[in-house]
Ligand binder design. Sequence first.
Ligand code: NDP
Length: 248
Amino acid sequence: PNLKLSGKVALITGASSGIGAATARALAEVGAAVVLAARRRERLDTLAAEITAQGGRAAVVAADLAEPAQARDAVTQAVSAFGQLDILVNNAGLMLLGPVADADATDWHRMLDLNVLALMHATQAAIGVMKPQGSGHIVNISSVSGRGSGPTSAGYSATKWAVGGFSEGLRQEVRLHGIRVTVVEPGVVATELTDHITHTATKDAYEGRIAQMTPLEAEDVAAAVVYAVTQPQRVNVNEILMRPLDQG
Ligand code: NDP
């Protein structure tokens, strides 16, 4: 088997479903010890058991990452579990679409807390570990909505553009410490992401649109993450933008 990440430790946030779960499986398949973080402990335990049964190494961190202390502590727990941290995949996110005029401001706060601030806190904690190691890799899951925007995505796009801006500055700061930064920007992926949309008309319209297309699978995005983190250390894959063929 291809075990390019043998001896490496990866923390994946939002590993209880969708892209995060697929990424955890894919990183474990190439030999990484994986630390699975999210709120739904049962889901994480089931995934950890599956990875362990296949000969991998996995640990679980049940945490609400929207709480800054818990986002930072997830990094501490990853290091406690496996002694180091080589890869942080900041994947946990919410996409609460809706028109600006009608938006419940609570949705904006929830998205900013998780999509932006949790990512920033976890990243700061991780580079505190990675700098002394002299190597590391931060992978931030943004979106096509981090590159463009449109009706009903203003609030969500604001959070993903923030991820892009943070990642670019970070990349330039940490590269001389051997730390690489990658932003992955998928288009529509079939996951539970739409379940949480509170603006009903937008949710129905968006789900209707997905039903008319063949979206990406979570595994497709996981493969992009694996590509970025398995390149030789000299290669800093800055950005991967990917869409379903059906998405214009
Ligand atoms: P899912 O809803 O399937 O996964 C979201 C993950 O985030 C879950 O594991 C969830 O776990 C976790 N999460 C949510 N809130 C919290 C919290 N407060 N604390 C800890 N974990 C939390 O959606 P996706 O897999 O699609 O989303 C993953 C990322 O991909 C997001 O950043 C999203 O913006 C991005 N993305 C998705 C696209 C898509 O079309 N699906 C397209 C482009 C980007 P739990 O509920 O157990 O806490």
